[in-house]
Design a protein. Sequence first.
Length: 216
Amino acid sequence: MRDTLEIRQSIIDACIEMNASGLNQGTSGNISVRCENGMLITPSGVAYDQMKPEDIVFVSNDGEYGQDQVPSSEWRFHLVSYKVRPDANAVVHNHAINAATVAILNRPIPAIHYMVAVAGGHDIPCVDYATYGTQALSDLVAGGLKDRAAILLRHHGMIATGDSLAKAMWLAIEVEALAKMYLNLLQITDQPPCLPDKEIDIVLGKIQNYGLREKS
C-alpha cells in the first residue's frame, strides 16, 4: 500500500466514525494503515474533527518519523501488530466501554456466541497490563496477536486488525457487541454457558469468508 491522500483521509473518516458510533471517546483511540516501508497513523492529541490528511504521521518499519510530527503514543504496538500479523493492513485501537470493562475484569470473552470465532480462535483473549505507549505493552500485544485478530488490553481497551481498514472497524464493532453480551450474562451468572471447542472449530473452518464484503 502506498502513502496516498485517500488513505490518510480514510483514517480520519474512520476515527470520526469510531467516536460517532460510541466505540471511542475523545482522542483516546488510534488507527493506523500499513503502507510501503511502514505505516500511517493518527497523530497524538489532535481532535478527530480537526484532523487534516497532512496531520497523519508516517512511521517507518524501523520506528522513525519526522521531527516535526508526533505520532500516537501507541505507535509501538501498531508497528508490532503488522510484524506479527502479515495478514493485517489496518489496526484499530479504542476504549470501547464494554470491551474496556471486560478488560478491567481481566477476562477473555469466551465462546458465548459463535461470532467469537471472527477473532480467529476459541475466545478473545485479554493480555496483561502495561503502561500505555511503552515497549512492555507492545511486547504483550505482540504475544496476544500472534494467533488472534483482536484482543483486549487489561485496564485499557481493545485492538482489532483487518486486511483493510473497513474490516478492522467491522471487527472492532463485533468485539464490542460480544463484550456487551458477556457483561449482560455476567449479571445473571458468573459462568455463562459457552459453545464447546469442537463447535468453534467448525465455525473457524467456515468463517474465513464471513463478514464484511467490500465492493471492488
